[in-house]
Write a protein that binds this ligand. Structure first.
Ligand code: MG
Ligand code: MG
Ligand code: MG
Length: 305
């Protein structure tokens, strides 16, 4: 039996870097943990790992009989299938309270901040453990990614403070420029298949017994999608049927314009329209100021379903 630290399915930079940073901290505190991941590394995360010289955590999708720390999620729909057979020792997260259950007491570090790595930074401070320079750089990137370089409404003062301190440790002066460099990497959507794009940052939620999938792509210029909308819709339709989902939403977020184009495939389109008080045209609508799935999309769907 081993102890693994991992983030959600279709992992993002916060989940991957968080597995590495939390595992490092736990090991410094005398535990013996291994960072792992539930899925492929996305291009943004590959850029971060490469830049700071880290290996990707091990790919592992089954955790029966293992002990685990979860980071960046606490929903069964984003967990390994056999999570109920694992022992959850702790959760570090910044999302809504999920539906996971444990058999014993656990450690929980859950705070309404913009990124799990902000909480891990606070844990390092709490335990008075030094963060290695390169790890600090990766944690900085994870926070810049999750908060969309502080533009997301999920961003708090604690996130900006953590970034400043991590940038000092990493000796990175212009960290907003680093954030832009990262988002330009993230904006390269032309080398991926349309299916990969829909699934690149995709989360399933169970809402009132219905499976709702919500994907998001954050780019510096939305016009990259102009010629591929039909194909994206086609893939959304396929994924809806394959996964027996009620609804698939795809948020195409323009981080410069600070808003999102919402693409909708649903069994009950009227429910989606009333959730956001919108009228869809050709199954889509522009949502000004909407950048956060967690704060500006999911709560309205939860209310509706
Ligand atoms: Mg995440
Ligand atoms: Mg996160
Ligand atoms: Mg995100």
């Amino acid at each position: 039996m081993s102890t693994y630290v991992f983030g959600h399915t279709t992992p993002d930079s916060d989940s991957i870097v968080g597995a590495i940073s939390l595992s490092y901290l736990k090991n410094k505190l005398g535990e013996d943990t291994i960072p792992s991941r539930q899925g492929d590394i996305n291009p943004e995360t590959a850029f971060i790992l490469d830049k700071f010289g880290y290996e990707a955590p091990v790919l592992k999708t089954s955790y029966a009989e293992e002990s685990v720390y979860l980071i960046d999620f606490m929903e069964s729909s984003q967990s390994p299938d056999d999570i109920a057979e694992a022992t959850i020792l702790g959760i570090v997260d910044h999302h809504k309270l999920g539906d996971l259950k444990t058999n014993g007491p656990l450690e929980m570090w859950v705070r309404p901040v913009g990124c799990s790595n902000t909480i891990v930074k606070q844990m390092f401070d709490y335990f008075d453990i030094e963060i290695p320079k390169e790890l600090a750089g990766m944690m900085l990137c994870a926070i810049l990614s999750d908060t969309v370089i502080f533009k997301s409404p999920t961003c708090t003062k604690e996130d900006t403070k953590a970034c400043k301190e991590l940038a000092d440790i990493a000796e990175i002066e212009d960290y907003k420029a680093l954030g832009m460099e990262m988002f330009i990497v993230k904006s390269d959507v032309l080398s991926a298949t349309k299916r990969e794009l829909v699934l690149r940052d995709f989360k399933d939620f169970n809402m009132g017994g219905e499976k709702i999938g919500v994907g998001q792509l954050e780019v510096v210029d939305l016009s990259v999608f102009d010629t591929m909308k039909d194909e994206l819709f086609a893939q959304m339709q396929i994924l809806k049927e394959e996964g027996d989902r009620h609804t698939i939403l795809l948020l195409l977020t323009d981080i410069m314009l600070e808003g999102s184009q919402l693409l909708v495939i649903s069994n009950e389109v009227d429910k989606i329209e009333s959730a956001f008080e919108i009228t869809l045209e050709e199954s889509q609508v522009w949502l000004p100021k909407v950048m956060s799935r967690k704060k500006q999309i999911i709560p309205f769907l939860e209310t509706q379903f």
